[in-house]
Design a protein around this ligand. Structure first.
Ligand code: C5P
Length: 428
């Protein structure tokens, strides 16, 4: 049987060292590997390591005349049965999706007619970014096979999807694409490593954190402002950016919860793994909150408009030239938080937010009692909290209160989720 050959493109991410393990596994499956490195891959692995393991020359510089004369980029792709990009960074994925050919790796990818497998690995936020998700969808439509990254602890200390899948899983996928038999026992066998000693083998293994504090819990989050129509073109709203609520939804998802995020009109990307429902008005938000029940925890971060126009005009209200202003009568909106506290499916833990400018604890405690929720996270909005990046909050519960220091909203979010984990989370 003819030996199968892959062309492995290694791009520059912390997971690049795992490509060495992949080469070792593939060779055990009798698959020949030839490696191409991007410029930034050199920051993570050396051509020497790749060369020793592939037992071949390592390619990288498109304008290296010797390389081009002996084996041009077309030839590199022609001699392979499959091209694998591992790890595939957000950057190379973006360049592929855009059809950019500005180095040897991307030139090969644009010139090839061979099947292509991309194995992404990147920070959780980069993976979840709308641009990356758009690029991944583009690659799928272009016929590239894209593996889903694993979830777990990241080199940067964050948690979520974005980790490179384990090398045996990648090897198995490659074998499937090559129609080659895959021997899992062989792949898993931990024989003496051919990886040269040195800093490479000292790379940390960011193993997934097995215990996630909110695993299996359903968490409902409201976020952003509401928009209350006056007529088809005008509305009442507020300056809420939604950032704190989105950060909480993200932190909850990272802690393993099943998260439903009910969002007013905001310009924010949906955090990875979160189910998002967009609404406009308070009444729509209330309906969607009801539909999202049951939930173990509800965190009501939305800045719900207290009032709406008593009657929303069906047509645009016209200036009649007389100088008289039309009357604008307001009516009160339903209090979604207070309503949830009385609901037959009241979540076990109900958390409200309160924006205060003075007597923060006193006002927050009054709100906690009036709305019958369990916790109030009170923010001091005397500064630029609305729409700002930071938040200084005081957590008020039936037992007492504690002021947290001013911190970025994602830090506040993770701290709140950690507290919720302590209160209702599972301990194994
Ligand atoms: O009464 P106040 O607007 O200060 O209460 C703030 C808390 O109540 C927040 O958790 C907010 O999401 C929630 N709220 C609500 N429905 C309203 C008003 C506020 O759920 N109509």
């Amino acid at each position: 049987m003819l030996e199968k050959r892959i062309l492995l493109i290694v791009s520059g991410g912390i997971a690049a060292y795992k490509s060495l393990e992949l080469i070792r596994l593939l060779k055990r499956q009798d698959i020949a590997v030839r490696a191409v490195m991007t410029g930034s891959a050199h920051e993570f692995v050396t051509p020497l390591s790749l060369g020793v393991l592939t037992e071949d020359q390592v390619y990288g510089d498109m304008f290296d005349l010797k390389e081009e004369r002996e084996i041009g980029h077309i030839q590199l792709s022609r001699e392979a049965d499959l091209i694998v990009i591992c790890p595939a960074t957000a950057n190379i994925i973006a360049r592929m999706a855009g059809g950019i050919a500005d180095d040897l790796a991307t030139t090969i990818l644009l010139a090839t007619d061979k099947p292509v497998l991309a194995v992404p690995a990147m920070n959780v936020r980069m993976w979840g970014h709308t641009a990356t998700q758009r690029n991944i969808a583009r690659l799928g439509k272009d016929g590239v096979d894209v593996m889903q990254p694993d979830e777990g602890g990241m080199a940067c200390g964050e948690y979520g999807p974005g980790r490179l899948p384990e090398p045996p899983d990648i090897a198995e996928r490659i074998c499937a694409l090559l129609n080659a038999p895959f021997d899992p026992a062989l792949a898993q066998a931990r024989g003496p490593s051919a990886i040269p000693a040195g800093p490479l083998t000292a790379q940390p293994d960011f193993a997934p954190d097995a215990k996630r504090p909110l695993h299996g819990k359903r968490i409902l989050v409201t976020a952003g402002p509401t928009r209350e129509a006056i007529d088809p073109v005008r509305y009442i709203a507020n300056r809420s950016s939604g950032r704190q609520g989105f950060a909480i939804a993200q932190a909850a998802a990272e802690a393993g919860a099943d998260v439903t995020l009910i969002a007013g009109p905001v310009h924010l990307a949906t955090p990875p793994g979160v189910i998002r429902i967009d609404v406009e008005s308070a009444r729509e938000m209330q309906d969607e909150v009801g539909r999202a029940l049951p939930a173990d925890v509800a965190i009501m971060v939305a800045a719900v408009s207290d009032w709406r126009a008593a009657e929303s005009a069906g047509q645009k209200i016209k200036k009649d030239g007389s100088g008289d202003v039309p009357p604008l009568e307001l009516t009160e909106n339903p209090d979604i938080l207070a309503g949830l506290a009385q609901h037959a499916k009241r979540p076990e833990l109900l958390v409200g937010f309160a924006a205060e400018t003075e007597k923060i604890v006193e006002h927050a405690r009054a709100k906690l009692e009036r709305k019958r929720c369990d916790w109030i996270v009170a923010n001091d909005v005397s500064g630029d909290v609305m729409g700002g990046a930071n938040n200084a909050v005081t957590l008020v519960t039936a037992e007492g209160h504690e002021a947290w220091e001013d911190a970025p909203k994602d830090v506040v979010a993770r701290k709140l989720i950690a507290r919720i984990g302590e209160k209702i989370g599972q301990s194994e």
